[in-house]
Design a protein around this ligand. Structure first.
Ligand code: PLP
Length: 391
C-alpha cells in the first residue's frame, strides 16, 4: 500500500462522513482518553512561570529524568538512572534519535514483520537498509529468535522489537526476550525496543522492559512515549533510554534536531508521573471490554480470524482467502463505512490482514463494526487490482 493509496482511503472516509454516513473509524492509533488532571494543571501553572518559557537542558528536565528512572525501576525493574535518559518530542523522535545514534548508512536493520511503519521510514531516511523478518501467525506474531536469526548477516547493525506491537498487539515472551537479547549481544547487534504500549498489557501477559535485561547498557536502547498512556499525543513527550555513553553521543543529535522537548509539556508529564503514574491502568477494563466485543463480534462472522491481542490498542484480523489487504480495506470502507488500515502498510507479512484500532471506539461501535463487516459481500475479483477506481 502506498502513501497515496492510504491517503485515498482517508479521503474516501471523509467524503462518506460529509455525505452523512455513520462512519466507524478504526483507523488511527489514538487512545480515547485525554491527559490526567495533574498534567493539565501543571501545564496551566507553567504558563505563569518565566522559567517554563525557556529551553531546558537538551536531555530534558533533570527532575523529569529522575522521576521517570524511579518509576521505570519500580514498575519494570529497569535499572536506568537519569543519566541514561533523554526526554524527546514523542516516541517517533526517540526512535529517530536512537536510529541516528546507532545506525550508519548501509547498515542492515532487522524489523520483525508485521512492523511499525515509522520504524521502517526512519531507518530508510538515514540510509539504513530495513530487512523484514517474518513472524508466524501460529505463534500469535510474538517475536522469537528462530524467526529473526535467518535475517542476520555480517552487515546487521540493529534489531527492532516493538512490544506490545503496533500493529498486532503481540507481546514478546519474557524468556524469548532474554534469548533474543543475548543472541544479539553476542553478535554485537543493538536491540532497539519500542515500548510505547508498555502500560497497556492485558489478561496475564507480562511486559518485560529491555532496560531490565542483564548487561542492557551494552546493547539495548529503549524508546517510549507518554502519548498513548497519558492520552497526550499532541503534547509530544517521549524518551530514549540508553547507556549514558550512548546518550552523550545522542545528545549532539538531539541538540541539532530539536534542542529539547517542549518544556511546558515536560512539566505536565512530570506532574503526571508523580501523581498519576498508574492513570493508564484505569482504562484496561474498558479496553478488555472492547476486545471482548471484537472477539464475540468476529466469532459470529464466518471466515474472519483474529489472534487475540495481548496489549496495545489493536486487532489484526484476516479474512479467509488471501485477499489483497488494500482491496479489502477499500471494499470494507465502501460497503460498510468502517475505516480499517490495510495490513500491507505494516510490511509484507501484513498482506491479507486488516488492522483495527480500538483505542477510541466504544464496545457498541465495535460490535456494530463486526456486524457490518459480516454482511460485506465477498470481494469481486482478486485480480481486479488493489483499490477500486472510486477511491
Ligand atoms: C509503536 C509506536 N511507536 C511510536 C509511536 C509514536 O508515538 P509518538 O506519538 O509519541 O511519537 C506510535 C504511535 O502510533 C507507535 O504505535
Amino acid at each position: 500500500v502506498s502513501e497515496a493509496q492510504f491517503d485515498a482511503l482517508k479521503l474516501k472516509a471523509a467524503q462518506l462522513r460529509a455525505a452523512g454516513h455513520d462512519v466507524i473509524n478504526l483507523g488511527q492509533a489514538v487512545p480515547g482518553w485525554g491527559p490526567p488532571p495533574s498534567a493539565t494543571a501543571a501545564a496551566a501553572a507553567a504558563l505563569a512561570d518565566p522559567e517554563a518559557h525557556l529551553y531546558s537542558a537538551d536531555a530534558g528536565l533533570i527532575e523529569l529524568r529522575e522521576a521517570l528512572a524511579a518509576r521505570l525501576r519500580e514498575t519494570h525493574g529497569a535499572t536506568a538512572t537519569a543519566d541514561d535518559i533523554i526526554i524527546t518530542a514523542g516516541g517517533n523522535q526517540a526512535f529517530m534519535l536512537a536510529a541516528m545514534s546507532v545506525i550508519d548508512a548501509g547498515d542492515e536493520v532487522i524489523l520483525p514483520s508485521p512492523l511499525f511503519i515509522n520504524h521502517r521510514m526512519s531507518v530508510e531516511a538515514i540510509g539504513g537498509v530495513p530487512i523484514e523478518a517474518p513472524l508466524q501467525e501460529q505463534h500469535g506474531f510474538r517475536p522469537r529468535w528462530s524467526d529473526i536469526a535467518p535475517a542476520v548477516t555480517a552487515r546487521t547493525r540493529a534489531l527492532v522489537l516493538c512490544s506490545p506491537s503496533n500493529p498486532t498487539g503481540a507481546v514478546v515472551d519474557p524468556d524469548e526476550l532474554q534469548r533474543i537479547s543475548s543472541e544479539a549481544r553476542r553478535r554485537d547487534i543493538t536491540l532497539i525496543c519500542d515500548e510505547t504500549y508498555h502500560r497497556l498489557v492485558f489478561g496475564g501477559a507480562v511486559h518485560c522492559s529491555g532496560a531490565s535485561l542483564p548487561h542492557w547498557r551494552d546493547h539495548v536502547v529503549v524508546v517510549g512515549t507518554f502519548s498513548k498512556s497519558f492520552g497526550m499525543t499532541g503534547w509530544r513527550i517521549g524518551y530514549m533510554l540508553a547507556s549514558s555513553t550512548l546518550c552523550d553521543q545522542a545528545i549532539k543529535i538531539q541538540d541539532a534536531m530539536i534542542i529539547c522537548a517542549p518544556v511546558i509539556a515536560q512539566r505536565a508529564v512530570l506532574a503526571a508521573i508523580g501523581q498519576d503514574w498508574d492513570y493508564p491502568l484505569r482504562f484496561l477494563p474498558e479496553l478488555e471490554a472492547r476486545r471482548a466485543a471484537l472477539r464475540s463480534g468476529f466469532e459470529q462472522v464466518p471466515g474472519w480470524r483474529w489472534i487475540e491481542a495481548m496489549g496495545g490498542l489493536f486487532a489484526f484480523v484476516r479474512v479467509d482467502g488471501s485477499h489483497s489487504a488494500a482491496a479489502l480495506a477499500a471494499h470494507a470502507l465502501e460497503q460498510t463505512q468502517v475505516v480499517t488500515i490495510p495490513g500491507s502498510m505494516f510490511g509484507r507479512s501484513g498482506e491479507g490482514y486488516l488492522r483495527l484500532s480500538y483505542g477510541a471506539a466504544t464496545a457498541a461501535q465495535l460490535s456494530e463494526a463486526c456486524r457490518r463487516l459480516g454482511r460485506m459481500t465477498p470481494l469481486p475479483d482478486e485480480s481486479a487490482g488493489p483499490i477500486p477506481p472510486s477511491i
